[in-house]
Design a protein around this ligand. Structure first.
Ligand SMILES: [Zn+2]
Length: 162
């Protein structure tokens, strides 16, 4: 059975800024109104014969969205970006471009870039960890689409069972 959550209608959204370092047009600070679609494939179980209660999966995805909403998302694992915490300011440098920004305005994610592709992998990892922590063992795979506005997004499928 497949569960589908449409981020636009289910309120799974965040508005954040990012930089695709080195890209000719996306290499400057700019933002998107993102929304997140999620699919969950698994076996039904329990008293209500659900794959997963919609309330549970929505809460999980919403919490991840809220943690990065209204922030500049930065890729902690980018190989060419240097970071340094200077008191309450984050200094970072990519080639000849240098930035300083209050730490509360940014979120550093453990990903190599902040493209929709890498954000989809990040979300899939976080969602799968939380589902496992909650004891779900009936889920075969999850699929996460990170949409940069309406009409374009990257989709990543993660298998939870071998
Ligand atoms: Zn962008």
């Amino acid at each position: 059975m497949l569960l589908e959550l449409n981020g636009l209608h289910a309120g799974l959204r965040f508005s954040s800024a990012h930089i695709v370092f080195g890209h000719p047009t996306c290499g400057v600070i700019h933002g998107h109104s993102y929304y997140v679609d999620v699919k969950i494939n698994g076996e039904r179980f329990g008293e209500f014969n659900f794959v997963c209660d919609f309330k549970i999966i929505k809460k999980i995805v919403k919490e991840i969205c809220d943690s990065i909403d209204h922030k500049l998302i930065l890729p902690k694992n980018h190989k060419d970006v240097y970071y340094e915490l200077r008191d309450t300011t984050l200094y970072f440098k990519y080639k000849n471009k240098e930035y300083s920004i209050p730490v509360e305005d940014v979120i550093l994610l453990p990903i190599p870039s902040t493209t929709a592709e890498d954000l989809a992998i990040y979300f899939a990892n976080e969602i799968s960890k939380k589902l496992k922590d909650l004891g779900f063992s009936n889920i075969n795979w999850i699929e996460v689409s990170i949409n940069e506005g309406i009409g374009q997004g990257a989709c990543y499928r993660m298998y939870l069972k071998p």
